[in-house]
Design a protein around this ligand. Structure first.
Ligand code: TYD
Ligand code: MG
Length: 459
């Protein structure tokens, strides 16, 4: 064994033999920490400790057994269960990531609110004291009998406590605070985070207890530290939204036990996070009518249609280069839509600042919101409101054509359920549609036709 010094990027885990001001892998500045590591004499396969029973595993037919492996438990927090694909899987490791203050600790306490005598949860906190957590539980009005609080950060002590208690669930809040005293790296460094997480992963695989790790993300949105954990955990659930907004979205970024496109919607209240089962109704309750720049859209989040409002504000610029600000939609997508509208409709966006916002703090990362973004932009620049009770969806091509969106029938049904009278859909969708009431459905082929749904000045 020989002791070496290496420099490891705090953001992405890239390793360098000398200190660098800028990480060549992820581009972060001043992110290299010096770490001492012992190079083993014989190189071990990566994550060898995680591959349990690797030595005596033999090839098996896929049809033979294995059905008993997935044992799920519903937590009772429906929105969280939905994102996980139907509850927590025994022996799985879930990483819950999000900005500080978004509600990770609150959600975890609420998930185990119903832990009765027969369920044991070891809740390890390296960030809050016993009395702080107890006070929060009181505030949330919960008294889970099976929840054991442990304020410790030494991973060996945590695992020893887990040995004694034999819990069904281990919660680690947060993985960045846990350290292994045997490792030469500083607590909170990539090596420590990785090593401790690996210890929890092998514990989960060996004993069948489920582990929930909390990971803080940095302000740029990347998961500092836990980014390197994404591939060793079974699921990564990301808490999205703004701390200042009431609504928070929980999204599966990776999920070995279910699909990744479901989202859970919560609202932060005085008594913790409450589930929003009908996000469309809640998001549209404050919708504006008769004001230019507002357009309703229906997007699919997994199997669920969600209706939201896109607001655009286009104002003459006073800057040398016009500003573009995208909140809730992708910045590059917005620039592309603006370019299409400039070219195809001759609208002069280059003389204007453009601000886009999605109400409720929702993020629409789907091209099926393109037509609605375009409609909001056209409405704002021409200062003509969209006709009342109008909703649209569809993707926009560079030629200005409206491209088909998936699940058109489901989106139309949801729009009608919420009382929309005109639903603008791509022409291509209309051609394929069968068995749906086409009253109020307006197929459009290109951006030119969008002008027809704007109110006239004297309407
Ligand atoms: P917290 O779960 O501590 O966030 P995280 O663990 O992700 O850092 O909660 C963050 C915020 O939520 C906190 O600023 C206060 C607020 N909050 C409420 O508004 N209502 C509540 O009932 C609770 C428990 C917290
Ligand atoms: Mg917390």
């Amino acid at each position: 064994m020989k002791n070496n010094v290496a420099y490891i990027c705090r953001e992405c885990g890239a390793k360098s033999m000398k200190w660098l001001g800028k990480c060549p892998t992820c581009g972060s500045w001043d992110s290299f920490d010096e770490e001492e590591y012992s190079a083993p004499a014989v190189a071990k396969p990566r994550h060898a400790s995680l591959i349990t029973s690797a030595v005596d595993a033999i090839p098996q037919k896929i049809t033979d057994g294995g059905d008993e492996l997935v044992e799920r438990t519903l937590t009772g927090v429906g929105e969280f269960d939905r994102v996980l694909g139907g509850g927590i899987v025994a022996g799985s490791v879930v990483l819950l990531s999000g900005e500080p203050g978004i509600g990770k600790s609150t959600l975890l306490l609420q998930i185990f609110a119903r832990a009765g005598k027969d369920t044991k949860v070891l809740y390890v906190s390296g960030e809050e004291s016993f009395s702080q957590i107890k006070m929060r539980a009181k505030r949330l009005g919960i008294e889970p009998e099976g929840l054991y609080l442990y304020t410790e950060t030494d991973v060996t002590k945590i695992l020893a406590a887990a040995d004694k208690l034999a819990p069904d669930y281990i919660v680690v809040d947060s993985i960045q605070t846990v350290y292994d005293p045997a490792s030469p790296s500083a607590p909170g460094s990539i090596n420590q985070v990785k090593g401790c997480a690996a210890a929890f992963v092998s514990r989960a695989k060996n004993t069948g207890c489920a582990v929930l790790l909390v990971g803080h993300v940095n302000k740029e949105g990347g998961i500092s530290g836990p980014k390197v954990l994404e591939h060793i955990v079974d699921a990564v659930i990301h808490f999205e939204g703004d701390r200042t907004q009431a609504y928070r979205m929980v999204r599966a970024v990776k999920n070995r036990f279910g699909s990744t496109n479901e989202i859970g919607v919560f609202e932060m209240t005085e008594r913790g996070l409450s589930e929003v089962e009908n996000p469309s109704e809640t998001l549209m309750s404050e919708a504006t009518e008769g004001v230019s720049g507002c357009a309703a859209v229906c997007v699919m989040e997994g199997t669920r249609p969600i209706i939201a409002e896109i607001q655009a504000l286009v104002t003459p610029t006073v800057f040398p280069a016009a500003r573009r600000n995208a909140n809730g939609v992708d910045y590059n997508r917005l620039c592309l839509i603006i370019a299409v509208l400039e070219k195809r409709l001759g609208l002069k966006f280059y003389q204007n600042d453009v601000y886009i916002n999605v109400t409720g703090g929702l993020r629409l990362d789907t091209p099926s919101a393109d037509v609605a973004i375009a409609l909001a932009l056209i409405s704002s620049i021409t200062d003509r409101p969209v006709k009342n009770k109008t909703l649209c969806f569809g993707e926009l091509g560079l030629a200005g054509e409206c491209r088909a969106a998936s699940f058109a029938e489901i989106r139309i049904k949801e729009a009608k359920r919420l009382g929309f009278e005109t639903v603008i859909i791509p022409k291509k969708n209309k051609e394929k549609m069968v068995g749906i009431d086409s009253e109020g459905v307006m197929p459009v082929g290109s951006v030119y036709e969008l002008l027809t749904v704007l109110k006239q000045k004297n309407d």
